[in-house]
Design a protein around this ligand. Structure first.
Ligand SMILES: Cc1ncc(COP(=O)(O)O)c(C=O)c1O
Length: 409
Protein backbone atom coordinates (compact mmCIF):
# COMPACT_ATOMS: atom_id res chain seq x y z
CA UNK A 1 0.00 0.00 0.00
CA UNK A 2 1.29 3.40 -0.83
CA UNK A 3 0.53 6.89 0.30
CA UNK A 4 0.96 10.17 -1.51
CA UNK A 5 0.53 8.38 -4.78
CA UNK A 6 1.29 10.41 -7.86
CA UNK A 7 -0.45 10.23 -11.24
CA UNK A 8 2.11 8.44 -13.43
CA UNK A 9 2.76 7.99 -17.15
CA UNK A 10 0.29 5.28 -18.20
CA UNK A 11 -2.40 6.82 -16.06
CA UNK A 12 -2.06 10.16 -17.85
CA UNK A 13 -2.13 8.53 -21.26
CA UNK A 14 -5.29 6.52 -20.52
CA UNK A 15 -7.02 9.49 -18.90
CA UNK A 16 -6.36 11.44 -22.11
CA UNK A 17 -7.94 8.66 -24.20
CA UNK A 18 -11.00 8.49 -21.96
CA UNK A 19 -11.37 12.27 -22.04
CA UNK A 20 -11.24 12.30 -25.82
CA UNK A 21 -13.21 9.18 -26.78
CA UNK A 22 -15.62 8.40 -23.94
CA UNK A 23 -18.85 10.33 -23.41
CA UNK A 24 -18.55 12.54 -20.34
CA UNK A 25 -21.51 11.05 -18.49
CA UNK A 26 -19.34 10.38 -15.39
CA UNK A 27 -16.67 12.34 -13.55
CA UNK A 28 -14.40 9.55 -12.28
CA UNK A 29 -11.49 10.08 -9.92
CA UNK A 30 -8.25 10.22 -11.93
CA UNK A 31 -7.22 6.65 -11.18
CA UNK A 32 -6.95 3.91 -13.81
CA UNK A 33 -7.34 0.49 -12.22
CA UNK A 34 -5.71 -2.55 -13.71
CA UNK A 35 -6.06 -5.28 -11.10
CA UNK A 36 -8.24 -6.07 -8.12
CA UNK A 37 -8.19 -8.63 -5.36
CA UNK A 38 -10.39 -8.67 -2.28
CA UNK A 39 -10.62 -5.10 -1.02
CA UNK A 40 -7.57 -3.86 -2.90
CA UNK A 41 -6.98 -2.54 -6.40
CA UNK A 42 -3.78 -1.65 -8.24
CA UNK A 43 -3.55 1.05 -10.87
CA UNK A 44 -1.67 0.97 -14.17
CA UNK A 45 1.34 2.65 -12.56
CA UNK A 46 1.54 0.12 -9.74
CA UNK A 47 -0.06 2.15 -6.92
CA UNK A 48 -2.40 0.25 -4.55
CA UNK A 49 -5.64 1.51 -3.10
CA UNK A 50 -8.22 0.25 -0.65
CA UNK A 51 -11.58 0.13 -2.44
CA UNK A 52 -14.11 1.80 -0.14
CA UNK A 53 -16.87 2.04 -2.78
CA UNK A 54 -17.22 -1.55 -4.06
CA UNK A 55 -18.67 -0.36 -7.38
CA UNK A 56 -21.70 1.04 -5.54
CA UNK A 57 -22.11 -2.29 -3.67
CA UNK A 58 -21.79 -4.50 -6.76
CA UNK A 59 -18.54 -5.80 -5.23
CA UNK A 60 -19.95 -6.82 -1.85
CA UNK A 61 -17.81 -9.98 -1.98
CA UNK A 62 -14.70 -8.08 -3.04
CA UNK A 63 -12.79 -8.20 -6.28
CA UNK A 64 -12.48 -11.66 -7.83
CA UNK A 65 -13.80 -13.70 -4.93
CA UNK A 66 -12.24 -17.12 -5.61
CA UNK A 67 -15.53 -19.03 -5.43
CA UNK A 68 -17.21 -16.61 -7.81
CA UNK A 69 -14.30 -16.60 -10.25
CA UNK A 70 -14.27 -20.42 -10.19
CA UNK A 71 -17.99 -20.57 -10.90
CA UNK A 72 -17.54 -18.13 -13.78
CA UNK A 73 -14.63 -20.14 -15.24
CA UNK A 74 -16.56 -23.40 -15.02
CA UNK A 75 -19.53 -21.85 -16.76
CA UNK A 76 -17.37 -20.13 -19.41
CA UNK A 77 -16.05 -23.54 -20.35
CA UNK A 78 -19.53 -24.96 -20.76
CA UNK A 79 -22.11 -22.43 -22.01
CA UNK A 80 -22.47 -18.64 -21.89
CA UNK A 81 -25.71 -17.67 -23.59
CA UNK A 82 -28.88 -19.26 -24.86
CA UNK A 83 -31.35 -16.35 -24.76
CA UNK A 84 -34.68 -17.25 -23.22
CA UNK A 85 -35.78 -18.85 -26.49
CA UNK A 86 -34.38 -22.05 -24.93
CA UNK A 87 -33.84 -23.19 -21.37
CA UNK A 88 -30.38 -23.47 -19.88
CA UNK A 89 -29.34 -25.57 -16.92
CA UNK A 90 -28.28 -22.69 -14.60
CA UNK A 91 -31.38 -20.48 -14.89
CA UNK A 92 -34.00 -22.62 -13.11
CA UNK A 93 -31.61 -23.39 -10.23
CA UNK A 94 -30.76 -19.71 -9.82
CA UNK A 95 -34.46 -18.74 -9.80
CA UNK A 96 -35.23 -21.36 -7.14
CA UNK A 97 -32.28 -20.31 -4.98
CA UNK A 98 -33.09 -16.59 -5.17
CA UNK A 99 -36.79 -17.17 -4.52
CA UNK A 100 -35.90 -19.24 -1.45
CA UNK A 101 -33.39 -16.65 -0.20
CA UNK A 102 -36.09 -13.99 -0.41
CA UNK A 103 -38.90 -16.24 0.87
CA UNK A 104 -40.93 -15.65 -2.29
CA UNK A 105 -42.35 -17.85 -5.03
CA UNK A 106 -41.10 -16.43 -8.34
CA UNK A 107 -38.22 -14.58 -9.96
CA UNK A 108 -37.96 -12.50 -13.13
CA UNK A 109 -34.34 -12.00 -14.19
CA UNK A 110 -32.88 -8.99 -15.96
CA UNK A 111 -29.36 -7.52 -16.11
CA UNK A 112 -28.99 -4.00 -14.75
CA UNK A 113 -30.69 -2.42 -11.77
CA UNK A 114 -32.61 0.05 -13.92
CA UNK A 115 -34.04 -2.83 -15.97
CA UNK A 116 -35.21 -4.55 -12.80
CA UNK A 117 -36.88 -1.35 -11.59
CA UNK A 118 -38.59 -0.98 -14.98
CA UNK A 119 -39.69 -4.59 -14.66
CA UNK A 120 -41.12 -3.91 -11.19
CA UNK A 121 -43.02 -0.90 -12.56
CA UNK A 122 -44.52 -3.00 -15.35
CA UNK A 123 -45.33 -5.75 -12.86
CA UNK A 124 -47.16 -3.33 -10.58
CA UNK A 125 -49.15 -1.79 -13.42
CA UNK A 126 -50.18 -5.13 -14.83
CA UNK A 127 -51.05 -6.42 -11.34
CA UNK A 128 -53.08 -3.26 -10.80
CA UNK A 129 -55.17 -3.87 -13.92
CA UNK A 130 -55.47 -7.67 -13.73
CA UNK A 131 -55.71 -8.28 -9.99
CA UNK A 132 -56.66 -5.04 -8.24
CA UNK A 133 -59.06 -3.97 -10.98
CA UNK A 134 -57.75 -0.46 -11.70
CA UNK A 135 -59.36 1.10 -14.79
CA UNK A 136 -57.19 0.93 -17.95
CA UNK A 137 -54.26 3.37 -18.07
CA UNK A 138 -55.07 4.84 -14.66
CA UNK A 139 -52.43 3.05 -12.54
CA UNK A 140 -50.31 5.26 -10.28
CA UNK A 141 -47.13 4.48 -8.40
CA UNK A 142 -45.96 6.45 -5.38
CA UNK A 143 -42.21 7.08 -5.03
CA UNK A 144 -40.13 9.01 -2.49
CA UNK A 145 -38.38 12.36 -2.84
CA UNK A 146 -34.61 11.95 -3.12
CA UNK A 147 -35.00 8.56 -4.80
CA UNK A 148 -32.45 7.00 -7.09
CA UNK A 149 -33.68 4.00 -9.06
CA UNK A 150 -31.60 4.20 -12.25
CA UNK A 151 -31.28 6.13 -15.47
CA UNK A 152 -34.02 5.20 -17.94
CA UNK A 153 -36.37 7.95 -19.11
CA UNK A 154 -39.25 6.58 -17.03
CA UNK A 155 -37.11 6.35 -13.91
CA UNK A 156 -35.42 9.77 -14.17
CA UNK A 157 -38.89 11.19 -14.83
CA UNK A 158 -39.77 10.65 -11.17
CA UNK A 159 -36.38 11.73 -9.81
CA UNK A 160 -36.05 15.15 -8.15
CA UNK A 161 -32.36 15.43 -8.98
CA UNK A 162 -32.02 18.07 -11.71
CA UNK A 163 -28.77 16.51 -13.01
CA UNK A 164 -30.54 13.18 -13.56
CA UNK A 165 -33.73 14.63 -15.00
CA UNK A 166 -33.37 18.01 -16.66
CA UNK A 167 -33.33 17.98 -20.44
CA UNK A 168 -34.60 14.40 -20.83
CA UNK A 169 -38.36 14.94 -20.91
CA UNK A 170 -41.12 14.33 -21.83
CA UNK A 171 -41.56 11.74 -19.12
CA UNK A 172 -43.80 8.76 -18.43
CA UNK A 173 -46.94 9.76 -16.48
CA UNK A 174 -48.37 7.83 -13.54
CA UNK A 175 -45.96 8.65 -10.70
CA UNK A 176 -46.33 10.81 -7.63
CA UNK A 177 -43.50 11.62 -5.23
CA UNK A 178 -43.84 12.16 -1.47
CA UNK A 179 -41.26 13.13 1.20
CA UNK A 180 -39.08 10.16 2.22
CA UNK A 181 -39.77 9.01 5.77
CA UNK A 182 -43.20 10.67 5.98
CA UNK A 183 -45.89 8.03 6.31
CA UNK A 184 -48.72 10.60 6.51
CA UNK A 185 -47.68 11.96 3.13
CA UNK A 186 -47.69 8.43 1.77
CA UNK A 187 -51.18 7.82 3.18
CA UNK A 188 -52.46 11.04 1.60
CA UNK A 189 -50.95 10.15 -1.79
CA UNK A 190 -52.64 6.74 -2.05
CA UNK A 191 -55.91 6.64 -3.94
CA UNK A 192 -57.99 3.94 -5.66
CA UNK A 193 -55.66 3.94 -8.68
CA UNK A 194 -52.48 3.47 -6.64
CA UNK A 195 -50.86 0.14 -7.43
CA UNK A 196 -47.49 0.38 -5.67
CA UNK A 197 -45.16 2.26 -3.39
CA UNK A 198 -41.61 2.02 -4.76
CA UNK A 199 -39.01 2.80 -2.11
CA UNK A 200 -35.37 2.31 -1.15
CA UNK A 201 -35.23 1.00 2.46
CA UNK A 202 -32.16 3.25 2.81
CA UNK A 203 -31.55 5.90 0.16
CA UNK A 204 -28.05 5.26 -1.16
CA UNK A 205 -27.36 7.86 -3.80
CA UNK A 206 -29.12 10.49 -1.66
CA UNK A 207 -26.25 9.98 0.83
CA UNK A 208 -27.05 6.83 2.85
CA UNK A 209 -30.24 8.36 4.23
CA UNK A 210 -31.91 6.14 6.83
CA UNK A 211 -35.65 6.77 7.32
CA UNK A 212 -37.08 7.27 10.83
CA UNK A 213 -37.59 4.07 12.87
CA UNK A 214 -40.94 2.50 12.12
CA UNK A 215 -41.31 4.12 8.68
CA UNK A 216 -41.04 0.94 6.65
CA UNK A 217 -43.27 -0.92 9.09
CA UNK A 218 -45.93 1.78 8.87
CA UNK A 219 -45.61 1.81 5.07
CA UNK A 220 -46.02 -1.98 5.09
CA UNK A 221 -49.25 -1.76 7.12
CA UNK A 222 -50.59 1.04 4.98
CA UNK A 223 -49.87 -0.81 1.74
CA UNK A 224 -51.53 -3.98 3.08
CA UNK A 225 -54.61 -2.03 4.24
CA UNK A 226 -55.02 -0.18 0.96
CA UNK A 227 -54.22 -2.99 -1.48
CA UNK A 228 -50.99 -1.42 -2.70
CA UNK A 229 -47.79 -3.36 -3.49
CA UNK A 230 -44.80 -2.45 -1.35
CA UNK A 231 -41.82 -2.65 -3.73
CA UNK A 232 -38.42 -2.43 -2.02
CA UNK A 233 -35.53 -1.39 -4.23
CA UNK A 234 -32.78 -3.39 -2.51
CA UNK A 235 -30.40 -3.05 -5.46
CA UNK A 236 -27.83 -1.19 -3.36
CA UNK A 237 -29.06 -1.89 0.19
CA UNK A 238 -29.60 -5.63 -0.24
CA UNK A 239 -27.47 -8.78 -0.22
CA UNK A 240 -25.59 -8.13 2.99
CA UNK A 241 -24.66 -4.47 2.64
CA UNK A 242 -26.46 -3.26 5.78
CA UNK A 243 -25.66 -6.28 7.97
CA UNK A 244 -28.73 -8.30 6.97
CA UNK A 245 -29.60 -10.05 3.71
CA UNK A 246 -32.19 -7.37 2.96
CA UNK A 247 -32.29 -3.90 4.55
CA UNK A 248 -36.06 -4.29 5.09
CA UNK A 249 -35.23 -6.89 7.76
CA UNK A 250 -34.07 -4.14 10.13
CA UNK A 251 -37.76 -3.32 10.62
CA UNK A 252 -39.00 -6.88 10.28
CA UNK A 253 -40.69 -5.88 7.02
CA UNK A 254 -41.34 -8.21 4.10
CA UNK A 255 -42.19 -6.25 0.95
CA UNK A 256 -44.44 -7.66 -1.77
CA UNK A 257 -41.69 -7.16 -4.32
CA UNK A 258 -37.93 -7.23 -3.86
CA UNK A 259 -35.83 -5.58 -6.55
CA UNK A 260 -32.22 -6.78 -6.49
CA UNK A 261 -29.16 -6.30 -8.66
CA UNK A 262 -25.55 -5.19 -8.32
CA UNK A 263 -23.95 -7.73 -5.89
CA UNK A 264 -26.21 -10.48 -7.27
CA UNK A 265 -23.79 -10.77 -10.20
CA UNK A 266 -20.79 -11.12 -7.87
CA UNK A 267 -19.02 -8.12 -9.40
CA UNK A 268 -18.52 -10.18 -12.54
CA UNK A 269 -21.72 -10.08 -14.57
CA UNK A 270 -24.71 -7.73 -14.56
CA UNK A 271 -27.57 -9.69 -12.97
CA UNK A 272 -30.74 -8.21 -11.54
CA UNK A 273 -34.15 -9.56 -10.65
CA UNK A 274 -37.64 -8.90 -9.41
CA UNK A 275 -38.70 -11.39 -6.75
CA UNK A 276 -42.32 -11.77 -5.63
CA UNK A 277 -45.13 -14.24 -5.07
CA UNK A 278 -47.08 -15.90 -7.85
CA UNK A 279 -50.08 -13.62 -7.35
CA UNK A 280 -47.83 -10.73 -8.42
CA UNK A 281 -45.24 -12.07 -10.88
CA UNK A 282 -47.69 -14.54 -12.32
CA UNK A 283 -49.28 -11.67 -14.28
CA UNK A 284 -46.78 -12.00 -17.14
CA UNK A 285 -47.52 -14.11 -20.18
CA UNK A 286 -45.04 -15.08 -22.93
CA UNK A 287 -43.97 -12.17 -25.10
CA UNK A 288 -44.94 -9.42 -22.67
CA UNK A 289 -41.54 -8.73 -21.14
CA UNK A 290 -37.93 -9.90 -21.31
CA UNK A 291 -34.32 -9.34 -22.22
CA UNK A 292 -31.93 -11.25 -24.49
CA UNK A 293 -29.28 -11.54 -21.81
CA UNK A 294 -31.63 -11.80 -18.80
CA UNK A 295 -31.16 -15.20 -17.14
CA UNK A 296 -28.05 -16.06 -19.15
CA UNK A 297 -26.19 -19.11 -17.84
CA UNK A 298 -22.96 -17.27 -17.06
CA UNK A 299 -24.66 -14.71 -14.83
CA UNK A 300 -26.92 -17.36 -13.28
CA UNK A 301 -23.99 -19.66 -12.43
CA UNK A 302 -22.33 -16.78 -10.60
CA UNK A 303 -25.64 -15.81 -8.99
CA UNK A 304 -26.10 -19.35 -7.63
CA UNK A 305 -22.69 -19.05 -5.94
CA UNK A 306 -23.50 -15.55 -4.64
CA UNK A 307 -26.64 -16.88 -2.98
CA UNK A 308 -24.68 -19.75 -1.48
CA UNK A 309 -22.18 -17.26 -0.01
CA UNK A 310 -25.05 -15.28 1.48
CA UNK A 311 -26.59 -18.40 3.01
CA UNK A 312 -23.60 -18.68 5.34
CA UNK A 313 -24.52 -15.36 6.96
CA UNK A 314 -20.82 -14.57 7.29
CA UNK A 315 -20.87 -11.46 5.09
CA UNK A 316 -23.95 -10.06 6.81
CA UNK A 317 -22.24 -10.63 10.20
CA UNK A 318 -19.01 -8.96 9.14
CA UNK A 319 -20.94 -6.01 7.76
CA UNK A 320 -22.97 -5.61 10.97
CA UNK A 321 -20.00 -5.95 13.33
CA UNK A 322 -17.39 -3.94 11.46
CA UNK A 323 -19.94 -1.38 10.32
CA UNK A 324 -21.00 -0.68 13.90
CA UNK A 325 -17.34 -0.40 14.90
CA UNK A 326 -16.46 1.99 12.05
CA UNK A 327 -19.51 4.15 12.67
CA UNK A 328 -18.61 4.36 16.38
CA UNK A 329 -15.01 5.35 15.60
CA UNK A 330 -16.04 7.99 13.07
CA UNK A 331 -18.52 9.51 15.51
CA UNK A 332 -16.15 9.34 18.48
CA UNK A 333 -13.42 11.10 16.47
CA UNK A 334 -15.61 14.23 16.57
CA UNK A 335 -13.92 15.75 13.54
CA UNK A 336 -14.89 19.46 13.54
CA UNK A 337 -15.36 19.56 9.75
CA UNK A 338 -17.81 16.63 9.86
CA UNK A 339 -21.44 17.61 10.47
CA UNK A 340 -23.04 14.16 10.47
CA UNK A 341 -22.12 10.50 10.20
CA UNK A 342 -24.91 8.02 9.31
CA UNK A 343 -24.76 4.36 8.55
CA UNK A 344 -26.02 0.83 8.77
CA UNK A 345 -23.61 -2.05 8.40
CA UNK A 346 -20.65 -1.24 6.19
CA UNK A 347 -22.54 1.56 4.48
CA UNK A 348 -21.74 4.99 5.81
CA UNK A 349 -22.46 8.56 4.74
CA UNK A 350 -20.25 11.37 6.08
CA UNK A 351 -21.47 14.96 5.68
CA UNK A 352 -18.78 17.63 5.47
CA UNK A 353 -19.02 21.26 6.57
CA UNK A 354 -18.36 23.82 3.82
CA UNK A 355 -14.98 24.65 5.45
CA UNK A 356 -13.77 21.16 4.44
CA UNK A 357 -14.38 21.96 0.77
CA UNK A 358 -16.50 19.68 -1.40
CA UNK A 359 -16.85 15.95 -0.88
CA UNK A 360 -15.28 15.52 -4.31
CA UNK A 361 -12.15 17.36 -3.15
CA UNK A 362 -12.05 15.19 -0.03
CA UNK A 363 -12.30 12.04 -2.21
CA UNK A 364 -9.39 13.33 -4.31
CA UNK A 365 -7.34 13.78 -1.11
CA UNK A 366 -8.40 10.31 0.03
CA UNK A 367 -7.20 8.89 -3.27
CA UNK A 368 -3.79 10.43 -2.73
CA UNK A 369 -3.76 8.72 0.68
CA UNK A 370 -4.56 5.33 -0.91
CA UNK A 371 -8.34 5.14 -0.36
CA UNK A 372 -10.96 5.13 -3.11
CA UNK A 373 -14.33 6.52 -2.04
CA UNK A 374 -17.07 8.46 -3.80
CA UNK A 375 -18.82 11.72 -3.13
CA UNK A 376 -22.51 12.30 -3.56
CA UNK A 377 -24.41 15.60 -3.63
CA UNK A 378 -21.54 18.06 -3.04
CA UNK A 379 -21.02 17.49 0.67
CA UNK A 380 -21.40 13.76 1.39
CA UNK A 381 -18.76 11.04 1.20
CA UNK A 382 -20.13 7.53 1.23
CA UNK A 383 -18.13 4.53 2.32
CA UNK A 384 -19.12 1.03 1.22
CA UNK A 385 -16.10 -1.26 1.38
CA UNK A 386 -16.37 -4.90 0.27
CA UNK A 387 -17.96 -7.00 3.00
CA UNK A 388 -14.86 -9.21 3.08
CA UNK A 389 -12.87 -6.36 4.64
CA UNK A 390 -11.06 -7.04 7.91
CA UNK A 391 -10.75 -4.94 11.05
CA UNK A 392 -7.04 -4.25 10.41
CA UNK A 393 -7.80 -2.87 6.96
CA UNK A 394 -10.46 -0.59 8.39
CA UNK A 395 -8.01 0.61 11.06
CA UNK A 396 -5.53 1.37 8.28
CA UNK A 397 -8.27 3.29 6.43
CA UNK A 398 -9.37 5.21 9.51
CA UNK A 399 -5.81 6.43 10.19
CA UNK A 400 -5.81 8.03 6.74
CA UNK A 401 -9.45 9.02 6.61
CA UNK A 402 -9.63 11.13 9.76
CA UNK A 403 -6.82 13.57 8.82
CA UNK A 404 -8.31 13.97 5.32
CA UNK A 405 -11.75 14.72 6.76
CA UNK A 406 -10.23 17.22 9.19
CA UNK A 407 -8.16 19.07 6.59
CA UNK A 408 -9.69 22.13 4.97
CA UNK A 409 -9.82 22.30 1.18
C1 LIG B 1 -31.21 1.85 -5.31
C2 LIG B 1 -30.77 1.73 -6.73
N1 LIG B 1 -31.65 1.35 -7.66
C3 LIG B 1 -31.31 1.22 -8.95
C4 LIG B 1 -30.02 1.48 -9.37
C5 LIG B 1 -29.66 1.34 -10.83
O1 LIG B 1 -28.83 0.25 -11.04
P1 LIG B 1 -27.99 0.13 -12.41
O2 LIG B 1 -26.93 1.20 -12.35
O3 LIG B 1 -27.42 -1.26 -12.37
O4 LIG B 1 -28.95 0.34 -13.53
C6 LIG B 1 -29.08 1.89 -8.44
C7 LIG B 1 -27.69 2.23 -8.87
O5 LIG B 1 -26.92 2.85 -8.18
C8 LIG B 1 -29.45 2.02 -7.08
O6 LIG B 1 -28.59 2.43 -6.15
Amino acid sequence: MSTDQAVGGRTEELLRLAERYAAHNYHPLPVVIERGEGCWVTDVDGARYLDMLSAYSALNFGHRHPRLVDAAHRQLDALTLTSRAFHNDAFPVFCRDLAELAGKEMVLTMNTGAEAVETAIKTARRWGYDVKGVAPDRARIVVADGNFHGRTVTIVGFSDDPAARDGFGPFTPGFVSVPYGDVDALRAAIDEDTVAFLVEPIQGEAGVVIPPDGYLRAARELCSDRGVLLMADEIQSGLGRTGTTFACEHEGVVPDVYIVGKALGGGIMPLSAVVADREVLGVFRPGEHGSTFGGNPLACAIGIEVIDLLRSGEFQRNSAELGAWLLGELRAANVPTVTEVRGRGLWIGIDLAPSAGTARQACERLMTAGILAKDTHESTIRLAPPLVIERGELEWALERLLPVLASAA
